[in-house]
Design a protein around this ligand. Structure first.
Ligand code: COA
Length: 171
């Protein structure tokens, strides 16, 4: 795999908005957001704010040519009783799937989690997203619950599977 994983910078805002919109518009309906991804300005402000905020991070996968082809966002739960938990979101450009990019981004999330004393990573995935479920299960995530009609998209309600990874069980 010839992509490198690094922290996202404010200069990545445009590429990240494009990636989010492209993946959100795919007929597979993989994401909660569809084409209404946040604006480039909002994305840039968010990435700037992250520089001074220790409880969340965005990682990107970048090709040798400098194209951003993957994104992983992770954020610590803010409730005092669950600050050992962080939630994540992941997407890889359709042109770069099945090349290990998703797995490499998850590795970065686990490193970040360890550095921040996070013990558990969790995520929601739609039941029809068999590819993502396969990746998460192979990585060590386990199903913790099934949430009916948990998200509302323009095309209707969608169920979600709650999955989690015990960081202490990873190598
Ligand atoms: C799910 C997604 C992030 C996977 O990213 P990826 O870079 O293709 O994943 P990887 O190449 O690291 O896959 C690692 C392993 O996971 C499994 N896997 C990944 N995608 C799969 C698929 N579509 N079908 C079956 N297994 C799959 C395979 O075991 C794969 O290893 P292999 O290619 O050697 O067989 C990517 O398909 C994507 O962005 N999809 C659209 C957005 C999305 O669904 N995001 C997740 C929302 S919860």
């Amino acid at each position: 795999m010839s992509v490198r994983i690094r922290r996202a910078e404010p200069r990545d805002a445009e590429a990240l908005v494009r990636l989010g919109r492209d993946v959100g518009r795919e007929p597979g309906r993989w994401l909660i957001t569809t084409s209404d991804w946040r604006s480039v300005g909002d994305e840039r402000r968010y990435l700037k704010a992250l520089r001074r905020y220790d409880d969340a991070a965005v990682f990107v996968a970048e090709t040798e040519e400098g194209d951003v082809v993957g994104r992983l966002s992770v954020g610590r739960d803010q409730h005092p009783a669950s600050r050992h938990v962080a939630d994540l979101g992941l997407m890889v450009a359709s042109s770069h799937r099945r090349q290990g990019v998703g797995r490499a981004l998850l590795d970065a999330a686990v490193r970040w989690a360890r550095e921040h004393r996070i013990e558990k990573l969790e995520l929601h995935v739609f039941p029809h997203n068999e590819g993502a479920i396969a990746l998460y299960e192979q990585f060590g995530f386990e199903r913790e619950g099934y949430r009916r009609r948990h998200y509302r998209r323009p095309d209707g309600y969608v169920d979600a599977i709650l999955m989690a990874l015990d960081i202490n069980s990873t190598g």
